[in-house]
Design a protein around this ligand. Structure first.
Ligand code: NAP
Length: 261
């Protein structure tokens, strides 16, 4: 009750804004949704696991924030359209959206020789095509409104080539290219695009990607303390709170001890 009153009393820097966060049922997306809601944004959270989203929405509402869950597959174009339409129908979000965090994604252990080729299609459909469709639809809407901010989650392996995850890395090189290309297309219309490139963050990512002690743990042992998802969420929270004429177009956040990638 006290918490709820606190959030209502304190107007955060994102008060009046609506944010969409994909991949919000876990890790970086979940932390980002909580951070943006804490700063006053009404948050639309999306993922496939609806039970997780329901819990997250309840957590945000209990703190006096505004949130809505949309169960959707971020690699499916119809689902992406439904998600964005839902944002425009949502009264609490005042029938608009201002910030889209393109975060849903997955990894894949291994390089070209030894990664599981049966998973390549799913990886590309989600990390590249799903991200591209969401960025395109949101970009078209924001250009029309002459404002908005798209935050794409890339990776350090989308800037530096890693032989241990080159197929996944290729998808994040594509995300980096899409984000910077989009930034150049829309910047003249008052729309911001930022690329966030995390280093190693402990989340469900490692299990989904198929990382083990043998193919991952041993290689990163010398990096020391790894990141929690909150470290990335804090970076996103900071960059979306900048004034409209300031676009932080790229940010890389690594554990201090991570030398490469
Ligand atoms: N963790 C790292 O070290 C790291 C480093 C660099 C970049 N990244 C990037 O950061 C992003 C978030 O990763 P994370 O570390 O937070 O991983 P995570 O804990 O596994 O979270 C991934 C999120 O994406 C959602 N998702 C997966 N497939 C989806 C689909 N088809 N449709 C909708 N949602 C889907 C998952 O929810 P559901 O399963 O419920 O759908 C989950 O909420 C990804 O783009 C990842 O590539 C992570």
């Amino acid at each position: 009750m006290k918490n709820r009153q606190n959030l209502k009393d304190k107007k955060g820097p994102l008060a009046g804004k609506t944010a969409i966060v994909t991949g919000a049922s876990s890790g970086i997306g979940r932390s980002t949704a909580l951070a943006l809601a804490k700063d006053g944004a009404a948050v639309l959270v999306c993922a496939r696991r609806s039970d997780r989203l329901t819990k997250l929405v309840a957590e945000i509402l209990a703190k006096g924030g505004k949130a809505l869950a949309v169960t959707a597959d971020a690699s499916n174009v119809e689902d992406i359209d439904r998600l964005l339409n839902q944002a425009l129908l949502w009264k609490d979000g005042r029938r608009k959206y201002d910030i889209v965090v393109v975060n849903a994604g997955r990894g894949l252990a291994g390089g070209l020789l030894n990664s599981d080729a049966k998973q390549w299609q799913e990886l590309y459909d989600l990390n590249i095509l799903g991200a591209a469709h969401l960025m395109r639809r949101a970009g078209q809407y924001m250009v029309e409104r002459k404002s908005g901010h798209i935050v794409a989650i890339g990776s350090v392996v989308g800037r530096n080539i890693s032989p241990f995850g080159s197929v996944y890395g290729a998808t994040k090189f594509a995300v980096a290219s899409l984000a910077e290309g989009l930034r150049r297309e829309v910047c003249g219309h008052g729309v911001r695009v930022s690329l966030v490139m995390p280093g190693i963050v402990l989340s469900e990512f490692q299990a989904v990607a198929g990382y083990t002690e043998e193919n991952f743990g041993k290689n990163i042992a010398q990096f020391g303390t790894l990141l929690e998802p909150q470290a990335i969420a804090e970076g996103i929270r900071w960059l979306v709170a900048q004034p409209p004429h300031v676009n932080v177009s790229e940010i890389m956040i690594r554990p201090t001890g991570q030398s490469y990638p």
